[in-house]
Write a protein of this length. Structure first.
Length: 460
């Protein structure tokens, strides 16, 4: 059906609606000030279009809701667990399956075992919770993408790839015994939602084999990544996205998933491993912190919905709509003169705030200025992916900025319609009028980890 679609049309119909609150600009100014100019601290009822994250914010299908009614809430060995285990084993090819309440719990368990002082994790790009869980163990997290992929304007098919040459250098420099794991995130969220090629992962597998280093696939958007491989990488056009995902996941030693993305559910996570001895260590931590091994941190109905979602996500019509609807927003913004990370990724549009707000100094967080302006002008909630999220301090307390100053518009799955997206595009006409402003924000409070979640700021 998707090949016949000339107008981008949602491949679903709506059975239930949730009212959205329309507010005034004056109201939003006061709400944002009360939230310390941090959109994470806003009330969702005061948000009109919520692009903060695509994690757990999607709409479930009729089959998923029906499956929840069939959820088996037995403490151990539930039928819903057997359903989920069967689906995940078939998808990953890995024998040991551990359910968790969300992805960061899986990260905490696995990286808590592999990490520690003087250990190093190397990735194409660690996301915020991944980096925090690694650094909490005393280990270091190093990002390595190719230099050309750091340029938001360069058009490359797989800008999410890990830099294989740099990886070899880092392993030799740190010593293979100190490299806890290599993590490949698909798609590469923090670098613009960019995909990773199959060829890159295959070469990565060879390097990990050479040095006997575990390869972890963070595949919370593995279906979206498979779509890009199908349409951009030679030899895959005649394969289904599910077949492509299975091929990639079988290259890993472990698989971590926040199921709140391509699992198509509102809560859930997965950790799967190939090694039995590692699985025993993981299970012991799972029982201490999450729950028994056959439910982790999930209810039976959650597991049932996840098992169904992991099948639905590979529907070709859905994936075509998902990728094209995101591209529609990004392409229209680019046509307006808004600098976006190009090409458009799968789950979100990333705006280059440093380029858009050229006159705001980096230490005044131009990305956060854009986030605040989007909310004030249109009730749109987005998130900064720049120096507020990833910036560090040197010994003098001066900001070490992030590589890029981006703002992410993450699109929830099966939630917003075409008219919602067109509304967002209209608001950017107002944003363009603000591009010459010269002052941003300062931090007035920040926690030691993941500061962007609870930090408070003031407008300068």
């Amino acid at each position: 059906m998707s090949e016949k679609m000339r107008t981008l049309t949602e491949p679903f119909k709506i059975k239930m609606v949730e009212p959205l609150k329309v507010t005034t600009e004056d109201f939003r100014k006061e709400a944002l000030k009360a939230a310390g100019y941090n959109t994470f601290l806003l009330r969702s009822s005061d948000v009109f279009i919520d692009f903060l994250t695509d994690s757990g914010t999607g709409a479930m299908s009729d089959k998923q809701w029906a499956g929840m009614m069939m959820g088996d809430e037995s403490y151990a060995g539930a039928k819903s667990w057997e359903h989920l285990e069967r689906v995940v084993k078939e998808l990953t090819g890995m024998p040991y399956i551990l359910p968790t309440h969300q992805g960061r719990a899986a990260e905490r368990i696995l990286y808590g075992i592999l990490g520690g002082k003087n250990k190093v994790f190397i990735s194409n790009t660690h996301f915020d919770t991944t980096r925090a869980n690694i650094e909490f163990t005393g280990a270091s997290a190093i990002d390595i993408i190719y230099d050309e992929a750091k340029d938001p304007e360069i058009d490359l098919p797989f800008k999410g790839n890990i830099n294989l040459e740099k990886l070899n250098e880092l392993i030799i420099h740190h010593g293979k015994e100190n490299v806890a794991a290599v993590i490949i995130t698909v798609t590469n969220n923090s670098s613009g939602g960019q995909p990773v090629s199959m060829a890159n992962v295959k070469e990565l597998r060879k390097i990990c084999n050479t040095y006997n280093i575990p390869l972890v696939i963070d595949g919370c958007r593995v279906a979206e990544n498979a779509y890009f491989i199908k349409h951009r990488e030679e030899g895959y056009i005649n394969k289904s996205c599910e077949e492509i995902a299975k091929e990639m996941l079988r290259l890993g030693d472990a698989f971590i998933m926040s199921a709140k993305k391509d699992g198509m559910v509102n809560m859930g996570g997965l950790l799967t491993v190939k090694d039995e001895a590692l699985s025993v260590k993981c299970k012991n931590l799972l029982i201490i912190s999450e729950g028994f091994t056959t439910y982790g941190g999930l209810s039976g109905r959650d597991m049932e919905a996840l098992a169904i979602g992991l099948t639905e996500v590979f529907d070709e019509d859905y994936l075509h709509y998902r990728i094209r609807s995101t591209a529609y927003l990004g392409e229209k913004l680019r046509n307006k003169g808004i600098p976006v990370v190009w090409p458009i990724g799968g789950h979100a549009v990333y705006i280059d705030a440093k380029q858009l707000y050229k006159n705001i100094p980096i230490n005044q967080y131009p990305g956060q200025a854009l986030v605040c302006d989007l909310y004030i002008k249109g009730g749109i909630r987005a998130v900064e992916v720049g120096s507020l999220m990833f910036g560090k301090y040197d010994d003098k307390g001066e900001l070490i900025p992030a590589t890029n100053e981006l703002v992410r518009l993450a699109i929830p799955r099966r939630v917003y319609t075409q008219s919602h997206i067109d509304y967002v595009l209209d608001i950017f006409d107002d944003i363009l009028k603000l591009k010459n402003q010269t002052q941003g924000y300062k931090i007035t409070y920040e926690p030691p980890f993941l500061r962007h979640f609870t930090a408070r700021l003031d407008k300068l």
